[in-house]
Design a protein around this ligand. Sequence first.
Ligand code: DC
Length: 225
Amino acid sequence: MEHDFQIAIDGPAGAGKSTVAVQVAVKLGFLYIDTGAIYRAVTFAAVKSGIDLADSDAVAAAAAKLNVEMYFDREKLYRIYIDGEDVTGNIRTPEISRNVSTVAQIPAVREALLDKQRNMAAGGRVVMEGRDIGTSVLPRAEYKFFLTASSRERAMRRHRELVSQGYGVTFESMLEDIQQRDNADSLRSISPLKPAPDAIHIDCSETNVEQVVDFIVLKVTGGKI
Ligand code: DC
């Protein structure tokens, strides 16, 4: 059964969006696009070129000329490149995580990335994950989901993830980080984090990944894969 549509998955940091979105994409044979990774790539490129992140014009110029490519295949191999250089690991460091909200709040940066994101999703058969996909990037996506989880649960997940990667971070600092990012993402004037009116809400605090993935796949296929 062929399915040609776009799926938008939005929600706050750490709700489990990426894990869910990847598995949905794999099950449907769709492309997976992580738009947070694009904002992270801009942040990394700006920091690397020594741009002052308070200089909105300079950061926006870096976003406009960002040559970013993403690869995703059924073996869940997900990689991101800037100018052909693999930056998959570089964009997830605590330094980039701390600074990415500042970059994502710059209206000209969001504007510059809008067309890039739409072009990536243009063919359909795509699961696109972010904060404003259902509201702003793909307002006409056929299916929209908004995933949430409590901030403690989300901080616990991020803490586990970073500790397993060898970073010496505390749970309290993660909780503070998540709350600050939620505030910055929800309060920004352009494309704030908020569910589209037609989004289906899923609370992932106590549901496991498989349940959420199965729910979404069933919803979008009506059981006919
Ligand atoms: O999902 P993430 O933590 O990798 O996202 C990184 C940052 O980018 C986060 O601060 C929110 C922002 N972002 C955004 O503003 N809009 C999107 N569509 C995706 C991410």
